[in-house]
Write a protein that binds this ligand. Structure first.
Ligand code: URA
Length: 200
């Protein structure tokens, strides 16, 4: 089966997931979206109100800020894969619990395997903690590090700008640095072909 079909199957499984209590409070799950072989995968925290209603990632106010940042990095939405640590909305937009992140982690592992991004951008401290559990975001944001076979680029969550407007300039600077990190990745078309063939 092609990687895109396997991803589709995975997203169907996520849509029906009952692995944690968020399944009882969600409207719909938000698996994420973007192409197999996307050079960049962005990982947020969890769906908010708008995302929970529409089943699409980052379409609310934080999504508008994310779009601005992607533009700064020279990227469009259709080129990247966007998802979150937990695929169902934590009620009232509270932080996801460790048990919920754990329950959902197999889905993220599988997405990373199938999409095979060259670079992962973690948005906020929860996604950062998956790769850098003992770090502080204020210390390591904007600095890519090699983790296993890929680069991981930690930065702030775009939603942070809504509460702390001065975060915006830091986020912008990080996405300018991201553009530089991207120039060393193979082109999107090469990656998409290799991902489909399982040779990435
Ligand atoms: N915040 C996230 O982490 N993900 C979304 O999809 C929206 C807001």
């Amino acid at each position: 089966m092609k990687a895109a079909d396997r991803l589709q199957r995975l997203h169907e499984a996520i849509a029906g997931c009952q692995l944690c209590p968020l399944a009882t409070t969600r409207t719909v799950a938000v698996p994420g979206e973007g192409p197999v072989g996307a050079p960049v995968m962005l990982i947020g925290e969890g769906p908010g109100e708008q995302e929970d209603l529409a089943g699409k990632p980052f379409i609310g106010r934080a999504g508008t800020i994310l779009d601005d940042m992607l533009t700064i990095a020279g990227l469009s939405r259709w080129q990247v894969f966007i998802t979150s640590l937990v695929k169902c909305r934590p009620p009232g937009n509270r932080d996801p619990k460790g048990s919920e992140i754990q329950a959902c982690s197999g889905y993220l592992d599988r997405q990373i395997e199938l999409i095979a991004p060259g670079l992962i951008v973690t948005l906020g401290r929860f996604a950062m903690a998956r790769w850098f559990p003992d770090q502080r975001i204020s210390r390591i944001h904007g600095r890519p590090a090699r983790c296993d076979s890929r680069m991981v680029f930690p930065t702030f969550h775009p939603g942070a700008v809504l509460h702390q407007p001065k975060t915006r300039s830091l986020l912008e600077e990080d996405f300018r640095n991201l553009a530089a990190s991207l120039s060393s990745l193979p082109s999107g078309r090469d990656r998409a072909e290799k991902a489909e063939n399982g040779t990435l």
